[in-house]
Write a protein that binds this ligand. Structure first.
Ligand code: UTP
Length: 277
């Protein structure tokens, strides 16, 4: 059972400037809910009830969001608006939240390293909240699907999606052997390859389950391209030992780190979730 989930939310979100000048990207709302709340709901649904955040300067709004707001709650008590905060109150009651800071942006691998004390010596989920995943109607969420895969294979799991070749240079890309439909034993992984060098069209998106040996692997690999510590390099080491599964998930994923993906997600959630609720 995977009990914990890590949320690296320290990035600057430069693609959303000026919106992200004083506000975390993860607090941008898709319709009426911030991106990070969708991520926490998905982790909680998967049975992960401990949420660990890697934050940075200017990210306090995230911790405030998962805390009580006495004045506001007092103001709307007994009114029809009270119902609007019940879902987040429930989320706060059912889960634990902890925060630590990454004080220099040295890449996703470094952010994960900062989470070592929060995650401890057990497998944990990791959600990049700017990738919004929406389950198909009646289906479980992507992280819950991945928890099932992890339970079966007992190793790290990365969620992958087929991506058109013109976009492949934006992602970590895997190669592997398909061991059951949509499930691959990874044997190679390349971070942001040129399209001619991509080992497949299967791109890693912002959902992972990592076994705790990842911390030692990050330490061993050190900094890669741009002086950043890449998570892909550490995952490749696990893959070389046969310990990474790539999973082609069910459901939809929106790249809300980009303006186009964010607008697409907003339209989709408004039409398919918000209006139907
Ligand atoms: P991104 O590169 O997509 O996010 O990192 P960013 O840097 O915030 O966005 P842009 O490119 O400037 O617009 C993917 C995820 O990893 C986290 C980010 O917060 C984001 O959720 N991250 C990245 C960290 O927490 N620390 C880092 O050093 C790098």
């Amino acid at each position: 059972m995977v009990r914990k989930c890590l949320f690296p939310v320290a990035g600057y979100g430069t693609r959303f400037l000026p919106a992200t000048k004083a506000m975390p990207k993860e607090m941008l709302p898709v319709v009426n809910k911030p991106l990070v709340q969708y991520g926490v709901e998905e982790a909680s649904e998967a049975g992960m009830k401990f949420m660990g955040f890697i934050t940075g300067r200017g990210k306090r709004a995230i911790a405030d969001h998962f805390d009580i707001s006495y004045e506001l709650e007092n103001e709307i008590r007994g009114s029809s608006k009270e119902g609007l905060i019940l879902p987040i109150r429930k989320l706060m009651e059912e889960n634990d939240f902890a925060y630590t800071r990454q004080n220099e942006m040295k890449g996703l691998g470094h952010a994960v390293q900062c989470g070592q004390y929060l995650m401890g010596d057990e497998p944990f989920g990791m959600i990049l909240a700017d990738d919004l995943c929406v389950a198909d109607e009646g289906d479980i969420g992507v992280m819950a699907q991945m928890a099932q895969i992890h339970e079966k294979y007992g190793c790290s799991v990365v969620a992958v999606q087929e991506v058109p070749e013109d976009n492949i240079h934006k992602y970590g890309v895997i190669a592997g052997e398909e061991i059951e439909p949509g499930v691959f034993r990874v044997n190679n992984m390349v971070e942001k390859p040129a399209k001619e060098d991509a080992p497949s069209n299967l791109a890693i998106i912002g959902r992972y389950i990592l076994t705790p040996d990842i911390f030692a692997k990050i330490e061993e690999t050190g900094a890669g391209i741009n002086g950043e510590i890449q998570i892909t390099d550490a995952l490749l080491k696990q893959a070389q030992e046969g310990n990474v599964i790539a999973y082609k998930f069910r459901g939809r994923r929106f790249d809300c780190g980009s303006i186009e993906g964010f607008v697409e997600a907003t339209n989709y959630v408004y039409e398919n979730i918000f209006k139907k609720a």
